[in-house]
Design a binder for this molecule. Structure first.
Ligand SMILES: [Zn+2]
Length: 216
């Protein structure tokens, strides 16, 4: 194993455990990957933040080929589709975090109720339709939704985020959980007001000026 591969595996373990500490991937309900040459390194099928280790991470091709005793996560197709369609993406994080699932269960996008929704790349965070876990249709829908957003909700399932490295993708997943939680709280007081088109225009102009969102 090269030093670079070891570093990537260690970072994947660290971010997987951090997601666990944040309560975002309880039991085996999440998976993380990072691009690795023409392949990816991905958490194994059934991984948990207690069991994840440098040598349980699986190298898997974008066609699902792997070697060794462990299978890749059952969601490898979703990760592969995102890497194939988006060259700049270096890491993908998928979770079933509570408030993302709460919103994704209504198959509605997270609307622009707060200006920080904009850091995902637009005035809302879309929710793709439900498809069976591990299916190619789920993979295709998620990869398409991540064209102009850094994250999306997955109908009746959870969320997925992309990033230029593992920590960035993990932070985006965490940010989306926070925003969904705040939206659920706000909704309990009535229908939250949404930013107007003009307010979004202003936000994105300001964000561009400040390189805002680049550090999440
Ligand atoms: Zn899942």
């Amino acid at each position: 194993m090269t030093e670079n591969e070891l570093k990537l595996r260690e970072e994947l373990v660290a971010q997987y455990q951090r997601m666990g500490q944040l309560g975002l991937n309880e039991l085996s309900s999440g998976n993380l990957s990072t691009r690795f040459g023409d392949n990816m390194l991905i958490s194994g099928n059934g991984a948990t933040s207690e069991s994840i280790a440098v040598d349980t991470i699986v190298e898997c091709s974008f066609d699902g080929d792997w070697e060794g005793p462990r299978k890749p996560s059952s969601e490898w197709r979703m990760h592969a589709a995102i890497y194939k369609q988006h060259e700049e993406v270096q890491a993908v994080v998928h979770t079933h975090s509570d408030y993302c699932v709460a919103l994704a269960s209504s198959l509605k996008p997270l609307p622009g109720f707060h200006y920080l929704v904009g850091v995902f790349g637009g005035s809302d965070v879309p929710c793709v339709p439900y498809s069976t876990f591990g299916s190619q249709s789920l993979a295709n829908d998620a990869a398409a939704a991540l064209t102009d957003r850094t994250a999306c909700l997955l109908g009746n399932h959870g969320m997925i985020a992309r990033g230029i490295h593992l920590k960035r993708a993990a932070n985006t997943a965490y940010r989306l959980e926070l925003m969904c939680r705040q939206y659920v709280l706000a909704s309990q007081l009535g229908t939250p007001a949404l930013l107007t088109d003009a307010e979004w225009e202003d936000f994105f102009a300001k964000a561009e000026e400040n390189q805002y969102g680049k550090g999440i």
